[in-house]
Design a protein around this ligand. Structure first.
Ligand SMILES: NC(=O)c1ccc[n+]([C@@H]2O[C@H](COP(=O)([O-])OP(=O)(O)OC[C@H]3O[C@@H](n4cnc5c(N)ncnc54)[C@H](OP(=O)(O)O)[C@@H]3O)[C@@H](O)[C@H]2O)c1
Length: 235
């Protein structure tokens, strides 16, 4: 049993990434949570590969006693070596599309499958996966970025179904997607050229903004996608 004075428990998955590392640090600075940081590049008990369900299941088992109040999933894939967002349909490649789907949509859904059941029962719990505005179908005016857009749209749809199912287990659960804005990390590095002045956030600033948004959410917000300024993003 968790002692009353014990801090709440948070797990950050993808804590080796630009935003994930900043989220873990911001939570530690706030002091309200005991923070467990998991990542693919970690070794031992902190290791998780979200492209491998066995690895996800083992990580969830190791974390089960933590009964987390908060889980932040900050993993994601936009480019890797020569592979990046598709400019046109001639660039579509089945293997690259499948990998983007695996990391951006399937992996997060399997993380939810194994980690939602270990969250604290009763009371408000928050599970948030980082998504992207380009995952909004109604907001797609420019086209391109086929795999990233579609895998984030799939993530958003998965989040909605997960939220509906999980509400029946815990009516005070919050399961959402969060868009961090354009953030100065390795993921956005090659695409920062057109970012308007003042709109490229440091990872530290993005982390604080996302935690503020998450703090204000209510169970009625579960299943939705929110931007860094608290605005809901249309599907
Ligand atoms: N930066 C932006 O401007 C921006 C904008 C919109 C949305 N987002 C979203 O925000 C999230 C975080 O992005 P970021 O900017 O922080 O990117 P990042 O610095 O590239 O971090 C990506 C993270 O994902 C992890 N990852 C990738 N594949 C994995 C796997 N199979 N198993 C476990 N972890 C895996 C990486 O782990 P390794 O260290 O092991 O590679 C890394 O920790 C992503 O979902 C991204 O789509 C970012």
């Amino acid at each position: 049993m968790v002692a009353k004075s014990a801090p709440k428990s948070a797990i950050v998955i993808g804590a080796s990434g630009g935003i994930g590392a900043a989220l873990a640090e911001a939570l530690r600075d706030e002091g309200d949570y005991a923070v467990t940081a998991l990542s693919r590049s970690a070794t031992g008990d902190e290791q998780i590969d979200i492209a491998d369900e066995g690895s996800i299941a083992r990580a969830a088992e190791r974390c089960a006693d933590l009964q987390p109040d908060l889980i932040l999933l900050a993993t994601g894939l936009l480019h890797d070596g020569d592979l990046g967002p598709e400019k046109a349909m001639r660039d579509l490649d089945a293997d690259w599309l499948a990998r983007q789907y695996l990391v951006n949509a399937i992996g997060p859904a399997l993380v939810a499958k194994h980690f939602l059941p270990i969250m604290k029962t009763g009371g408000i719990t928050r599970f948030a996966a980082l998504s992207a505005r380009v995952g909004s179908i109604s907001d797609n005016r420019l086209g391109g970025w086929y795999g990233y857009r579609a895998s984030k749209a799939a993530l958003n749809q998965l989040i909605r179904s997960l939220a509906i199912e999980w509400r029946r287990k815990n009516e005070r659960s919050i399961v959402v997607g969060l868009y961090p804005g354009t953030v100065d990390t390795g993921l956005s590095k090659p695409f920062q050229g057109n970012v308007p002045e003042g709109k490229l956030f440091t990872a530290d600033r993005a982390a604080v903004q996302l935690l503020d948004v998450l703090d204000d959410l209510k169970p009625g917000d579960s299943g939705k996608i929110f931007a860094w300024d608290g605005e809901e993003i249309a599907p």
